[in-house]
Design a protein around this ligand. Structure first.
Ligand SMILES: Cc1ncc(COP(=O)(O)O)c(C=O)c1O
Length: 321
């Protein structure tokens, strides 16, 4: 419905200062569904899509369902995470149809800098690949090192994904979108084909479309609460880590998670299970997110402050023992 797409365009105008035509938006029931639409749009069975490692674990399932082969390109960590363009180049083949970036990435929390956004767009343009930018955590910066949205990028055919799930903290509402930008002719063709896919399912409910404007208008209070909680938990984490050399936190600039570097005395899985069984603390083992080496735990920064402080204290006692 135009009314919902207009509301999304107004969100980009007011929150990110970017102009986006409502006609360049396709609504979906979730970002996950948006990925399925894009895999169907861009790939034949067996075609490849590049994804960052470490990265978001759901991609494997979404790609499998659409018969798409995922190929990972490693991110590098050097005082912060970045795309390694040599690794990206090495991962691309003649069957590669798209590159996915998560901006900021889950779980590393790094944004794609504006210089890397341009480099990435040129990389895709030169090879006839599409660029898919997942921006579900874009509104949650933690430092000065955030970067702007990919919406409106015109060098390569670009699909920017987000939705109410994270922007408003309302995953149950089931409303997300993809914004299409790029060279005009490619953009037009992609939108026409996406319309066929979206019309085949008609998966977005009418009530939520009528309510999109009102729901987006409520985001301010939620986002402020999350930002405060995440920043305060990160401060607490740093306070507890200060002076200990047994564990450290990796740099992160946005999002809802932090990555802990811990001694790799056992697999991350065994450590996560021990923390759950012996300390009643739930963390994610790094291998869920394809860290290249063991010794990483991913912790959520959106749990209430008192619980977070207790949980981290128990984790640090455990790895110290
Ligand atoms: C990076 C990323 N993309 C997409 C999603 C899924 O969002 P949605 O609820 O819109 O399907 C998540 C959920 O955690 C996520 O972390």
């Amino acid at each position: 419905m135009a009314v919902a797409r207009e509301a999304v365009a107004a969100y980009y105008r007011s929150q990110h200062g970017v102009a986006l035509a409502a006609d360049d938006l396709v609504l979906t029931s979730g970002t996950s569904e948006a990925y399925s639409f894009l895999f169907r749009l861009l790939c034949n069975a067996g075609d490849e899509v590049l994804i960052p490692a470490p990265g978001y674990p759901l991609f494997d399932f979404l790609a499998d369902i659409c018969d798409v082969k995922l190929v990972r390109f490693s991110l590098v960590y050097d005082h912060g995470w970045q795309i390694d363009f040599a690794a990206l180049e090495a991962a691309a083949t003649e069957r590669t149809r798209a590159v996915i970036v998560v901006h900021p990435n889950n779980p590393t929390g790094h944004y794609v800098s504006s210089a890397q956004q341009q480099q990435l767009a040129r990389f895709c343009r030169e090879r006839g690949m599409a660029l898919i930018a997942d921006e579900v955590f874009l509104d949650f910066p933690l430092t000065e090192n955030s970067a702007g949205s990919f919406v409106g990028a015109t060098t390569a055919l670009t699909f920017t994904l987000s939705g109410l799930s994270k922007i408003c903290g309302m995953p149950q509402m089931k409303l997300a979108w993809l914004a299409v930008s790029g060279p005009e002719a490619e953009k037009r063709e992609a939108l026409a084909r996406l319309e066929v896919i979206a019309d085949a399912y008609l998966s977005v409910g009418t009530p939520v479309q009528w309510g999109t404007g009102a729901l987006l208008a409520m985001r301010g209070a939620f986002q402020e609460q999350v930002r405060q909680r995440v920043r305060s938990n990160l401060c607490e984490l740093d306070k507890q880590l200060a002076g200990r050399n047994v564990a450290a936190r990796l740099a992160c600039d946005g999002g809802w998670t932090a990555v802990l570097r811990v001694p790799a005395m056992q697999s991350d899985e065994a450590l996560a299970i021990a923390l759950l069984k012996e300390k009643s603390v739930l963390v994610h083992p790094g291998h869920f997110y394809d860290f290249a080496r063991p010794g990483h735990l991913v912790v959520s920064l959106i749990v209430p402050e008192a619980e977070f402080a207790q949980g981290i204290a128990r984790v640090l006692t455990h790895v110290n023992d």
